[in-house]
Structure formats: structure tokens, C-alpha cells
Ligand binder design. Structure first.
Ligand SMILES: CC(C)[C@H](C(=O)O)[C@@H](O)C(=O)O
Ligand code: SF4
Length: 469
């Protein structure tokens, strides 16, 4: 009898080509996703060495971070030179090396972590890498998915393999049910609030429990997306009927006999009873409230019903960190979170730019108006998400409510394109990072779920969405 294995162990073992005594392994990579920011030097390296891409058919390129999201972007004018150079380089490299490519004018273009699953590139049991930390998103399918650096991008392009050290196993179980107004985003933020941003360091997290089982694929992607903010190498969720239903019929999903063969393997992708986890966290779904971050770290999480904390509420190094956060965020301890005014709302990103997120937002904002003085953006994660939203009449709901309804890209998730906060601007944002300057120099970010962002857009301050349900 073989020892019981975790889901992570199983996927790892199925991809090891060689393993050294010290645990360093060479892994086979099933999918390599590529965007414009971390790939130019890697392709240049191949060119200099006269090499080809080893598996162009398993390599998928799409521009996302630098693309303008305004409706007139087809004009192709990108004022920022660095952005333009990166986008031009991706275009040339994708064509020269013959990889799959969704250029900016293709309806399938979007944020790489939304495009991969949408097109059926991401499948259970695979190894998926990308020169991007939020590759963790794909773990929602029961794929071992993580970010890699630019030199590793070159290594994978050249060999379709990656040198890796195995991580430890961590289990995060969310039991019971979520209360109304509480979403996958609140779950993933609550987990980081509980573990801290270093809680997952050295681990691959498997998320499980009834709350995860009840979640849609969109929600599961939101949860896994932020595994990286919890410090983990990757996040994973065992595939089930929800997964298969999402995958079936997608352009690059297996069909016919191949589907049956794939299902045989996929059905083995679960953690065996009695498999060992090195660390375990259990949260009750009923205990999770709609949350919001007050500081400049994703672990600075509080229920929306709470007040801004004081540095003395913390211990050790966190006392100074909190003081600095509060100063940067321009917040006074004791202020009720719901009394914090915002002037910007950003709904989008690879965390929350999927169709389900937009449907939930539409339910909150339908027939209402964005508050005076608030600039509110809704940026779909892909051209296909936008098309679907248009078909369902959501685009009209958004524009009638006073939102800017944009084209797909990373947009205001990070300040690499024209969508940015100005110094002192304060946003309610559905993205995943709230570091100083993340959304623009001097900008202040409160991370929230899509429905919480929608509620803030309507009232002009951080708001408990449960009052608007
Ligand atoms: C630009 C890219 C390398 C970066 C990442 O790795 O995550 C970005 O996507 C981010 O979210 O900060
Ligand atoms: S949407 Fe944000 S987090 Fe996701 S890949 Fe783009 S910049 Fe990174």
C-alpha cells in the first residue's frame, strides 16, 4: 500500500521528470501562460541563443497589464513608451515564435488568468506557470499553478520544464455556509486576516470544506487568486462536478474519447483520507462577515462593522507597521469603517473581473446612481466577459448608474497603464493588493468584494452591503 497523498502530492508526483536527493526536481509543465511584462527578455534570450519555443502549442500569450481599457483603444495610441515597447514586443514575439496569441483587438483578449480558464487551457491535474504571481488563480481547477520569474520563463519556453523544490502541505477548511452578502472575496481575505501574509510561506494550500464545495468556479478562482497574498506558493481546490461542468465544451478542453480519458485521471485528484498536512486552518463560514482592508497589507482585514484600529492594538513589529499604514492611509483610529469616504471605485482584476462578479454588482446598482464626486470603473476581465455582460444587459445597467464600462485589461489593479489613482485618492477596489502606490502614487486602496465595491460606489463611503440587499 502506498502512503496516503494530498492532492498536491499527486499532481507533483505525476509531473516529476527527475528528482535529486535534496528534493530539487525537474517538473514537466503542461501550460505556459505569457503576458507582456515578464516575457520580453525571455524571448530575447531564446533569440540570442538561436532557440525555438519547445512547445508552442502549450504556450499562450495575451497582453493585459499595459493595455488601455478605454473604448477608443483601437486607435492604438499608447502614450507611455515603456508600455508601448512591452506590448509591441509581445506582439512580435508571439508571432515570430508561433505560440497561441490573443492580440488586443481579439474578443478573447483579457487578463491572462481569466483567459486561460475561459478558453479551456487550464485543466485539472495540470502544471500551469506564468511569469506572474497570480497564476495561483488556476489552482481552482485542481491544477498546480504558480508564478515564475523571467529567467524561469525563458527556461520553460526553451524546455517546457521547470526546476522546483517541493513545498509543504497546508489545509484551509471553510466549514458550513456563508451568510447573505458574504462572498468568495471575503473568504479569501478572512483567511489572510487569520494567517497573515506570511502564514502560507513554504506551503501549497488546499482549500476545502462545504463553503468551497458550494462555490462556483468563479468564486473558487477568487479564493485561489489570493493564496499568494497569504504567502503560499500556490492554492488548490480538488476538482468536482462544478469543475467538470465549467470545463466541458471550452475551446481547448478535451473532447469525446479524450474527455473520457481525462476524466479518469481527474477523478483521482483528491486528497486521500489520512494524508498528512503540515499546517491546518479551519474557519466557520457563518463567522465570516463582509470585510474590508484598512491598511497597506492584505492582512489588514476587518469586518465592515468594525472601526479603524490603533497601533497599540497590535504587537511587536506590527505596531510600527500599523502606525505607518494609518498615516499613509490618512485614517484616524476609532473611525467607523463605514464613515470612510471614497472617491474612486474599481471593479475588475483577475480576482473579481468575471461574469459572476459583474452580475452581483448589477444587482446592487440597478436603478441607482453612483454618488456625486465618485469615479467608478467596471473593467471586465476579458472581452468575452464584456460580451456576455452586454448580452445580459449588464453593460446598460452600469452605464445608466454612472459607471465607466471599460474594455478588458488589468486596468487600475496596478499603476502600469492610464487607469490610476491620483495622490490622496481613496478607492474601494476589488483587486488583490493594497501596497503603497499600488493603484497610483499616493493612492489609498481598500480591498473589498464586488458587491461591497458596488455599495460604496452608490453611497460614496465604505458601506455594509447587507444594508442594501
Ligand atoms: C506585473 C506582474 C509581474 C505582477 C505579478 O507578478 O503579480 C502583477 O501582475 C501584479 O499583480 O503585481
Ligand atoms: S489584474 Fe492585477 S493582480 Fe491580476 S495579473 Fe493584472 S495586475 Fe496582476
Amino acid at each position: 500500500m502506498t502512503a496516503p497523498k494530498t492532492l498536491y502530492d499527486k499532481i507533483w508526483d505525476a509531473h516529476v521528470i527527475t528528482e535529486d536527493d535534496d528534493g530539487t526536481a525537474l517538473l514537466y509543465i503542461d501550460r505556459h501562460l505569457v503576458h507582456e511584462v515578464t516575457s520580453p527578455q525571455a524571448f530575447e534570450g531564446l533569440r540570442d541563443a538561436g532557440r525555438k519555443v519547445h512547445a508552442p502549442d502549450k504556450t499562450i500569450a495575451v497582453p493585459d497589464h499595459n493595455v488601455p481599457t478605454t473604448l477608443d483603444r483601437a486607435g492604438g495610441i499608447i502614450s507611455n513608451e515603456e508600455s508601448r515597447i512591452q506590448l509591441d514586443a509581445l506582439d512580435k514575439n508571439a508571432r515570430d515564435f508561433g505560440v497561441h496569441y490573443y492580440p488586443v483587438d481579439d474578443v478573447r483578449q483579457g487578463i491572462v488568468h481569466i483567459v486561460g480558464p475561459e478558453q479551456g487551457w487550464t485543466l485539472p491535474g495540470m502544471t500551469v506557470v506564468c511569469g506572474d504571481s497570480h497564476t495561483a488563480t488556476h489552482g481552482a481547477f485542481g491544477a498546480l499553478a504558480h508564478g515564475i520569474g523571467t529567467s524561469e520563463v525563458e527556461h520553460v519556453l526553451a524546455t517546457q520544464t521547470l526546476i522546483q523544490q517541493k513545498s509543504k502541505n497546508m489545509k484551509v477548511e471553510i466549514t458550513g455556509k456563508l451568510r447573505p452578502g458574504v462572498t468568495a472575496k471575503d473568504v479569501t481575505l478572512a483567511v489572510i486576516g487569520a494567517t497573515g501574509t506570511a502564514g502560507g510561506t513554504g506551503f501549497v494550500i488546499e482549500y476545502c470544506g462545504q463553503v468551497i464545495r458550494d462555490m462556483s468556479m468563479e468564486g473558487r478562482m477568487t479564493v485561489c487568486n489570493m493564496a499568494i497574498e497569504g504567502g503560499a506558493r500556490a492554492g488548490l481546490i480538488a476538482p468536482d462536478e462544478t469543475t467538470y461542468e465549467y470545463v466541458k465544451g471550452r475551446p481547448h478542453a478535451p473532447k469525446g474519447a479524450e474527455w473520457e480519458m481525462a476524466m479518469e485521471w481527474w477523478k483521482t485528484l483528491f486528497t486521500d483520507d489520512d494524508a498528512h498536512f503540515d499546517k491546518v486552518l479551519v474557519l466557520k463560514g457563518e463567522d465570516i462577515a463582509p470585510v474590508v482592508t484598512w491598511g497597506t497589507s492584505p492582512e489588514d482585514v476587518l469586518p465592515i462593522t468594525a472601526s479603524v484600529p490603533a497601533p497599540e492594538d497590535f504587537e511587536g513589529g506590527k505596531v510600527d507597521a500599523a502606525a505607518r499604514s494609518l498615516e499613509y492611509m490618512g485614517l484616524t483610529p476609532g473611525t467607523k469603517l463605514t464613515d470612510i469616504p471614497i472617491n474612486t471605485v474599481f471593479i475588475g482584476s483577475c480576482t473579481n473581473g468575471r461574469i459572476e462578479d459583474l452580475r452581483a454588482v448589477a444587482q446592487i446598482v440597478k436603478g441607482k446612481m453612483v454618488a456625486d464626486g465618485v469615479r467608478a470603473l467596471i473593467v471586465p476581465g476579458s472581452g468575452l466577459v464584456r460580451a456576455q455582460a452586454e448580452e445580459e444587459g449588464l453593460g446598460e445597467i452600469f452605464t445608466e448608474a454612472g459607471f465607466e464600462w471599460r474594455l478588458a485589461g488589468c486596468s487600475m489593479c496596478l499603476a502600469m497603464n492610464d487607469d490610476q489613482l491620483a495622490p490622496g485618492d481613496r478607492s474601494a477596489s476589488t483587486s488583490n493588493r493594497n501596497f503603497e502606490g499600488r493603484q497610483g502614487k499616493g493612492g489609498r486602496t481598500h480591498l473589498v468584494s464586488p458587491v461591497m465595491a458596488a455599495a460604496a460606489a452608490i453611497t460614496g463611503h465604505l458601506t455594509d452591503v447587507r444594508e442594501m440587499l
